[in-house]
Design a protein around this ligand. Structure first.
Ligand code: PEP
Ligand code: MN
Length: 342
């Protein structure tokens, strides 16, 4: 951090700033600017506790140099992380998580699970607790849905990823799922982030509807700070002024996150666009951009889906996308043209 003094700052003001820094066990370095003096703080800023330099006499402003997130940052962990979810590795060769938006019945889920498995995906996704915009929309089968998911795992060997929406449900969801999903609406539910950080299962952290990349990585930090290093990020589109698509899929976030963080990142072109026709091109673009995987909604019969039918692929379309994704990622690997992590 650097502290920029204002041009009228007195020698006493600067001395007070230096003492505050040194009293916290840190080093202060004073630099002369053209009209202002600048005080650099060297060392771990956390030692400063609640000191507010802006409130001290003669201080113009402070500028942070290092990131507020540490555990999630590539600065402190230069090598890309690989997250192991019950034996399936996320980070590197892309993985695919697919299934219906919501678990609707045993039959629907089993049918979807068989299609997901046959097409070569590694994870079955399906919501048992659904964060719906309207309280009158289908809210999910809750624990019964979790039981169906666990049965589908027995049947197919697919790993299970499902959303947890409340702190109270964390242990229940963790008892059935291989990976806990924190949805976009809960990305800054700090109590929930801390609870999933203690649950002992890898976490899929979706980007908030209006979250900056910095806020998203700080949300990952909350989980990691509880002792859980197994966090995978998921770009799922953000709110912009565009109304044609449900959200604006920010594929540049993949490149940004790869630079800023060592955590794996996957892309959800289903919620990112809201339109099934756009899922295939955006899935290919995500893989080309270096994503570590995809989350794709697929329903045995999208016209009958209880949620997110318009963005759900049919089984036939899903199979086509899977084939394309496999070919594209093999091509990128063989030709060594995958994006560099710089
Ligand atoms: C979902 O994955 O079904 C979901 C609700 O996604 P999001 O939190 O990104 O809206
Ligand atoms: Mn959905």
């Amino acid at each position: 951090m650097v502290i920029i003094m204002n041009p009228e700052a007195t020698a006493e003001n600067i001395k007070a700033v230096i003492s505050t820094i040194e009293d916290a066990g840190l080093e202060a370095k004073v630099m002369d600017g053209a009209s202002q003096r600048i005080v650099g703080v060297i060392g771990d800023k956390r030692k400063l506790g609640d000191v507010t330099f802006e409130a001290m006499d003669g201080v113009e402003k402070t500028v942070a140099i290092s990131k507020s997130y540490k555990l999630a940052s590539r600065e402190f962990h230069p090598r890309s992380s690989v997250v192991d979810v019950a034996g399936v590795k996320i980070g590197g060769t892309p993985v695919v998580m697919s299934g219906p938006c919501a678990v609707e019945s045993r039959e629907q889920l089993f049918e979807a699970a068989d299609i997901v498995k046959k097409a070569g995906a590694q994870f079955l996704r399906g919501g048992a607790y659904k964060p719906r915009t309207s309280p009158y929309s289908f809210q999910g089968l809750e624990e019964q849905g979790l039981k169906f998911l666990a049965e589908a795992r027995e049947r197919t060997g697919l790993r299970i990823v499902t959303e947890v929406t409340t702190v109270e449900a964390v242990d229940r969801v963790a008892a059935y799922a291989d990976m806990l999903q924190v949805g976009a609406r809960n990305m800054q539910n700090f109590g929930l982030l801390k609870a999933v950080g203690k649950a002992g299962k890898p976490v899929l952290l979706k980007r908030g509807l209006a979250a900056t990349i910095d806020e998203w990585l700080n949300a990952a930090e909350y989980i990691m700070n509880e002792g859980n290093p197994d966090v995978v990020l998921c770009e799922r589109g953000i709110r912009t002024y565009e109304t044609y698509t449900r959200n604006t899929l920010d594929l540049s976030a993949v490149a940004a996150v790869k630079h800023l963080s060592h955590l794996p990142i996957i892309v959800d072109p289903s919620h990112g666009t809201g339109k099934w026709r756009m899922v295939q091109p955006m899935a290919y673009a995500a893989i080309a951009a270096g994503a570590d995987g995809l989350m794709i909604e697929m329903h045995p019969n999208p016209a009958k889906a209880l949620s997110d039918g318009p963005q759900s692929l049919t089984p036939e379309h899903f199979e086509r996308v899977m084939n394309g994704v496999k070919k594209l990622s093999a091509f990128l690997r063989e030709e060594q043209i995958a994006p560099m992590e710089i």
